[in-house]
Each structure stands twice: as structure tokens, then as C-alpha cells.
Design a protein around this ligand. Structure first.
Ligand SMILES: [Fe+2]
Length: 157
């Protein structure tokens, strides 16, 4: 997220204090920040075209579905109710994002809305919700495979 300060915008990036301690999950989280950085770079260096926009939407959708599934697959084995509560947060993001992905506003506006959503939601979600599993999750309980391959595991939920 960018906050305006007297000395200019302050960029929020992934940092060690957001680590959940499982490499595949931390790498997914870093990718969300990198995605926003790509959007910001595109916005800064020229006009947004359909190709950029379609690619960003595709990559973001894949990350959201794949990463949320990676978490849900081990959360379901976690302490009582953790899966249900956490999934509710994921579902709320899924529906916000899908609203933006199908909205009829201009590409520039839509891209900005998506960037703002990711910038504000992801750091907050990591620190409020993902930190809840940080204390009990074991790396061997997390499926580290690439996101696309995880989708075949959806039936385990
Ligand atoms: Fe999560």
C-alpha cells in the first residue's frame, strides 16, 4: 500500500516480519507484492494496454485460487474452526476480486482498483489471519507444488 507522507509515497513491501516460516507460503505472499509492483511499474511507464491488463488479471486469479487452496488444504486439518473462519476471509477476497475482474470501468481505473485491493488486503490478511496458523503449521503439512498443480487436490477439501 502507498501512504502519502510529507516526503512522498511510502511503499509497503514484503519483509521478514511478515514471514509465516514456510517457504512455499512466504513465496506466494511475496508474489502478491511483486504483482502490485508490476502494476505500479506499468502505470508509471506508460499507458495500460489490454494485453498487460489481461495478463495481470490471469496471473492474479491463478495466485488467488492456488495460494488460498494451498492454505486451505492444511487449515482443514488444523485446530477447530480455523478452516471455516479463515476460508471466510478468503471467500470475501475472492468475491471482491471477481467484482473488479468483471467490472465495466476503464482499464486504468480497474487496474488501480485491483492494485489498491491487493495492497490493502494482503498485508492485513497475513498479519491478522495467516499469523494464526504460524504457531502450529508444520512445513511438511503444506503442499509446496506449483499453484497450477495444486488444483487437482481441491477434492481433498
Ligand atoms: Fe490466508
Amino acid at each position: 500500500m502507498f501512504f502519502k507522507s510529507k516526503s512522498g509515497p511510502i511503499k509497503i513491501q514484503w519483509s521478514e516480519d511478515m514471514a509465516v516460516g514456510v517457504p512455499s507460503l512466504d513465496d506466494d505472499h511475496k508474489s502478491f507484492f511483486e504483482m502490485v509492483e508490476s502494476i505500479r511499474r506499468i502505470q508509471r511507464f506508460g499507458s495500460v494496454n489490454n494485453w498487460d491488463f489481461d495478463n495481470i488479471k490471469m496471473i492474479l486469479s491463478e495466485y488467488v485460487e492456488g495460494h488460498f487452496l494451498r492454505e486451505e488444504l492444511f487449515l482443514v486439518k488444523g485446530p477447530y474452526n480455523e478452516y471455516v473462519l479463515h476460508k471466510r476471509q478468503h471467500d470475501s477476497f475472492r468475491s471482491k476480486l471477481s467484482k473488479f475482474l468483471t467490472t465495466a470501468s476503464s482499464i486504468e481505473e480497474n487496474m488501480e482498483e485491483i492494485a489498491l485491493l491487493v495492497e490493502s488486503w494482503i498485508p492485513n490478511h497475513i498479519q491478522k489471519w495467516d499469523f494464526r496458523y504460524r504457531d502450529w503449521v508444520k512445513a511438511e503439512d503444506v503442499d509446496p507444488r506449483p499453484l497450477g498443480l495444486l488444483l487437482s487436490s481441491r477434492s481433498r477439501l
